[in-house]
Design a protein around this ligand. Structure first.
Ligand code: OXD
Ligand code: MN
Length: 601
């Protein structure tokens, strides 16, 4: 086997932050006995450690240094061309019974899967360094915060995790010495980065994740999709909270009134852009701030939902990011960023499709080949990513570290739909909102391997991330609603509707503020709306469209309901529910019947 991650030997004082919790030590010992690493590197998250790992990564070509003047303290990483996205077909939920994993997950029997993974991991770290990374998800003083450990043989994972999580001492302190404390066990090995030996396996009952054969972020930064969502959602149901694939943002009016909103959109549908939105000139004095761009953990407090962002950084899609589409993201990734699979210019800068300015006359593409604007290949992979600390974001919300979280006024669901779904509408109540989430659909993107542009149902944007039976997940949403005296209002948005000419009808990006403003108005009881079979719809004059260059017909189309499209849509809801094989709660089946009846009148 080609040695992909040769061992490194740190100088004294680095790599020796051994935790004292006996349960952790026993587990590390067990994994080391199995994988046979050359040495064990106990990470502490310090600056010295970072410098050492960067130096070693540069030597071993795990990272390429970028031009210090253009992108200070930033690096480029190229993953294997066979390993550039999440692999949903090789992602497993290993619960004792298939029913617990439910109809939307790949299920594998835990005993057999452990045995298979043990075989694959046996001796897998020979000649390599095994890193043990303690990390914490959530603010230091939040009751929702969780501790995890990731064992990995990838320096890229260590360096990325120190951006994406609160890593090192802080996590060890939070865990303490109680051998029965709750913590997540994560094991990752690159193996030989072979798609045939690539498995991302979750054992919710054991709070354990084992990921092998990949070096791509979504498969290997186990804090993120694996812990914060798949295992997180399982724990959330058990412990009566919610782990959701949601951005969280704050909106403050010129008068200083502030609301927080959480929004679930499928992967690569603009969550980061929405979370960092800059209101257009017309909304002078309005401010949008970011709590999180991908994951929200929410709990009930005083009859309301309060949310924290468990992450510490952003792992966002690069292509299309520009000063026009997302100035705050551009500022965030201007320094201290790890880029994965973008193009490298001759002067050591990074480039991608959709970046401001002219393409460079020559670059090295994401695969490491020469590239010119005449090349047929893309310079950056469509799912190329940035890993950047949230503190780089100029619009970071001041309450991002608040342990109690931020109170959520509205939940927004959304997808990428060329037709059918209007720009925005509001659910009649919580249960109807759960139905909107449960029947969400979106055209697929490059965030996962497979066909792009196919409409698929993606309930609450959690299809690839719900760690248990989706029917129980829907029921959990309904049960949470019953406990909320002041539930958030629920909305559905679609920035992506197209006209007959195939062009987007809505300008999107900063202009989405106009939709957000209507949502906030509704939360404050002031915005107008018309009752329709699908929910409360704004009429054109309910939206503030002043100073927006948009055709009246386009607005009518954006807010219109096409009966034929909706008949098809409702039939698709039924087909989807039927495909889940009887797990959908009766309340949601009733919602569908009511919706269908609305179109028969
Ligand atoms: C992500 C994803 O990386 O959803 O956030 O795929
Ligand atoms: Mn995501």
């Amino acid at each position: 086997m080609k040695n992909l991650a040769p061992a490194i030997f740190p100088p004294k004082g680095i790599g020796d932050a051994k935790p004292s919790n006996k349960a952790v030590l026993d587990w590390v010992h067990e994994i080391a006995t199995l994988t046979q690493p050359e040495n064990i590197f106990w990470c502490d998250g310090s600056e010295r450690e970072r410098e050492f790992l960067i130096t070693e990564s540069l030597k071993q070509n795990v990272l390429i240094e970028l031009n210090e003047k253009k992108v200070p303290r930033s690096y480029l990483h190229r993953s294997s061309p066979n390993d550039v996205a999440r692999v949903e077909q090789f992602t497993f939920v290993c619960t004792p019974t298939k029913e617990e994993a439910g109809p939307t997950n790949n299920w594998a029997e835990p005993g057999e899967t452990y045995a298979k993974l043990r075989d694959l991991l046996s001796g897998a770290m020979r000649g390599r360094t095994m890193f043990v990374i303690p990390y914490m998800m959530g603010p230091a003083d939040s009751p929702l915060t969780k501790v995890g450990f990731e064992i990995t043989d990838s320096k890229y994972v260590v360096l990325s995790l120190r951006t994406m999580t609160r890593m090192g001492e802080i996590a060890l302190r939070r865990l303490g010495d109680d051998p029965n404390a709750e913590w997540n066990r994560g094991v990752h090995s690159l193996l030989d980065v072979n798609p045939e030996r690539r498995f991302i396996c979750h054992f919710p009952q054991d709070n354990t994740i084992i990921s092998v054969g990949s070096g791509y972020g979504g498969n290997v930064l186990l804090s993120k999709k694996c812990l914060a969502l798949r295992i997180g959602s399982y724990l959330a149901r058990k412990q009566n909270w919610m782990a959701e694939h949601m951005l969280i943002l704050g909106v403050e009016s010129p008068q200083g009134r502030k609301h927080y909103v959480a929004a679930a959109f499928p992967s690569a549908c603009g969550k980061t852009n929405f979370a960092m939105l800059i209101p257009p000139a017309h909304f002078k004095g309005w401010k949008v701030t970011t709590v999180g761009d991908d994951i929200g953990w929410m709990r009930i407090r005083d009859g309301r939902l309060y949310a924290v962002n468990p992450e510490n950084g952003y792992f966002g899609v690069v292509p299309g990011t520009s000063h026009k589409s997302n100035p705050n993201a551009m500022r965030s990734i201007a320094h201290d960023t790890i880029y994965t699979n973008v193009a490298l210019t001759d002067d050591g800068d990074v480039w991608w499709e959709g970046k401001d300015g002219e393409p460079p006359a020559h670059a090295i593409d994401w695969r490491g080949n020469d590239w010119t604007p005449q090349s047929k290949e893309k310079a950056a992979h469509p799912n190329s990513r940035f890993t950047t600390p949230m503190r780089n974001n100029p619009a970071l919300d001041p309450d991002v570290e608040k342990g109690e979280g931020v109170p959520i006024s509205a939940i927004i669901f959304g997808g990428r739909r060329s037709d059918t779904a209007p720009l925005v509408y509001q659910a009649f109540d919580w249960n109807h909102g759960v139905y909107l989430g449960a029947t969400m659909a979106s055209e697929t993107t490059a965030a996962a391997t497979g066909a792009v542009g196919r409409v698929r149902r993606d309930p609450m944007a959690m299809l690839p991330f719900c760690g248990y039976n989706i029917g129980d997940y829907f029921q959990h949403w309904l049960d949470i609603g019953k406990q909320l005296a002041n539930p958030p209002l629920i909305f559905n948005v679609n920035w992506f509707r197209k006209g007959a000419d195939g062009k987007f009808l809505w300008p999107g990006f900063g202009e989405n503020m106009r939709v957000l403003k209507w949502i906030i108005d509704r939360c404050e009881g002031s915005g107008g709306a018309l009752e329709s079979p699908i929910g409360w719809l704004p009429s054109p004059h309910d939206l503030d469209l002043a100073e927006l260059d948009i055709d009246h017909n386009a607005v009518d189309e954006l807010l219109g309901l096409d009966h034929e499209e909706w008949q098809k849509e409702i039939a698709a809801h039924k087909e989807f529910f039927d495909s889940l094989g009887g797990v959908v709660p009766e309340v949601l089946q009733k919602q569908r019947e009511q919706l269908a009846a609305g179109f028969e009148m």
